[in-house]
Design a protein around this ligand. Structure first.
Ligand code: COA
Length: 209
């Protein structure tokens, strides 16, 4: 990555991303916060809020990293991504060196693949997706834009996860299942049937709750 990056957001997700950026050897120009009340965070300069990014850090000279987390459908995270993309900014992909990614997998813009994650052959990972710590994505899985697969989730082969869905920590999705747009799979659920768009499913086996 030739351009320095600006990290948008300063919560726990930012902390993890900054550690990966350091391991990747990426230069971090600073962090943008909604309320920039400090000068430094995690050892990096706070450069202001999103308006300061637009005014002082042109898209041709900086890339962005979306550090807005998401638990549930990724509304805020998606808005940040789409608003900056519409102004010509590009989002850097952040991939932990310990992630295992099959060589034929397609990884979208700004995807974030955390420590110990595994992506097997034939997968497509959309833009602005999080594949979180130790999540496992088996062969031929399609992951739509803005999806968050949370820590330790296990996705079996040929699953389809549509745009904006949230797959909870430690959940399991069996093979060939489709997960609808903006749906939410609760932590620890075992999904054995398709999930409707916008639905929340919980438990073992997972049911709408
Ligand atoms: C499903 C979820 C969003 C519900 O959150 P909530 O709306 O705040 O729900 P509450 O905690 O008020 O619980 C409501 C009911 O659902 C049950 N429940 C909540 N989460 C559940 C889960 N994952 N599986 C089974 N039951 C669950 C609660 O026990 C409670 O039942 P009760 O009414 O009989 O007491 C949340 O519990 C969850 O699983 N979030 C995912 C977190 C995650 O994966 N984080 C990873 C970050 S990387």
């Amino acid at each position: 990555m030739e351009l320095p990056v600006i990290v948008l957001g300063g919560g726990g997700h930012a902390k993890v991303l900054l550690d990966i950026l350091r391991l990747m050897g990426v230069k971090v120009a600073g962090i943008s916060l909604v309320e920039p009340t400090v000068d430094k965070l995690y050892g990096y300069p706070v450069i202001g809020d999103d308006t300061d990014v637009l005014e002082r850090y042109p898209a041709r000279e900086f890339m962005l990293v979306n550090a807005v987390g998401s638990i549930g459908p990724a509304v805020g995270r998606r808005d940040v991504y789409e608003q900056f993309r519409a102004r010509g900014y590009r989002f850097a992909s952040v991939i932990h060196p310990s992630a295992i990614i099959a060589s034929d997998s397609l990884i979208g813009e700004g995807a974030q693949i955390m420590a110990g994650a595994i992506i097997q052959p034939g997968c497509q990972i959309g833009d602005n997706v999080i594949i979180n710590t130790k999540a496992s994505i088996d062969h031929d899985v399609i992951v739509g834009h803005h999806v968050h697969v949370a820590v330790g989730a296990t996705i079996a082969g040929c699953v389809r996860i549509d745009e904006g869905a949230f797959i909870g920590a430690g959940s399991t999705i069996i093979q060939n299942v489709s997960i609808g747009t903006n749906s939410l799979v609760g932590a620890g659920a075992v999904v054995i049937r398709d999930v409707r768009a916008g639905a929340t499913v919980l438990g073992v086996p997972a049911k709408e709750g």
